[in-house]
Write a protein that binds this ligand. Sequence first.
Ligand code: PLP
Length: 390
Amino acid sequence: MSNSQIPFLPFTKPTIDEATIAAVGEVLRSGWITTGPKNAQLEKTLSDYFGGRPVRCFANGTATMEIALRIAGIGPGDEVITSPISWVSTSNVILTVGAKPVFVDIDPVTRNIDLNLIEQAITPATKAIMPVYLAGLPVDMGYLYRIADKYHLRVIEDAAQALGSSWQGNRIGAASPLRSDLVSFSFQANKNITSIEGGCLVMNTEEEAILASKYRLQGVTRTGLDGMEVDVLGGKHNLTDVNAVIGLHQFAKIVEVTAIRHELAKHYFASFAKTSLVALGLQLPVADFANSNWHMFQVVLPIESLENKGSNRADIMQKMKDQQIGCGLHYPIITQFTLYRELGYDPASTPHAKRVGKAILTLPLFAQMTNADVERVVVSLENALLSALK
Ligand SMILES: *Cc1c(COP(=O)(O)O)cnc(C)c1O
């Protein structure tokens, strides 16, 4: 079979069933298509899932994080400690509210912020820590909140990728018995659970939820039949009922979808064990089947060996593409972007993140994949790496 006859395997693909499509039709015919009863139902469903904590939905995960920062009162003059290996929206929203992102290096094994390095980055201006749970793998939540409590810092968890993840048996986003402050999730199309675009924020109090609703829609509070007041500057960040009904149908399958991802990830480990890839210097993700929702299966390439042969990650991605396999890039180090360099940031100050940003590669993982697909990815990666290192 020539390569062009093998179906292309993308790195991810949403699963939208017929019931979801029918439900979208119902919303469109209902006469109420923007934020309404489906949004309220999604918020109630999520609040139940998070142990009764207040939840508000937003148009996307980026708006969710920006509003979390505003609720925490973070603005000009404040510093927020975060990870340089994330989707750039994490630090962009810190800049958007006028605060300063402070990047702490990652742990090269988990690829999440290295909690051991946070305390030395705290200054009198530090107001919050914004950890990112890359690929759905949480940080040590007990340790994170011990640091936050010791220095009286807010925590805004960028849990965009971590819906369905947990820490020691407790859902990420649920407060008890763990501490948890503001937790932001995304329902963007590539996430495990999608509403096409969307996000939600889990909060501590009804006061925070009221503020979230104001920031979501122009700062408006309505009372009675004709009362309207505006006392904060809000934006336009509401989730439509069309998106919300998709989210409801998707969310109903969270347990099933997470279990499928776990099985596929386990099959990746079993398949890698039959190859020479680890001996060649390929780094696999942490084999965590207790906490992670396996949002992604990411490897770190032996980048120094590749560079010695005049090769690099793009070369490997091309060799995978030639074998009809799509890989993702999550993520280049944020501090190498021009916007951040011009603000004075330097990738060299976070060496592990600098290396991982050049070498990390996301392999295909989505619910419709089969074990045979996983095996094809692993064999293709072995072919790609062996030919690049030849
Ligand atoms: C997806 C994602 C976001 C942003 O979510 P959007 O819904 O795309 O705005 C933020 N942080 C991380 C780590 C993400 O993966």
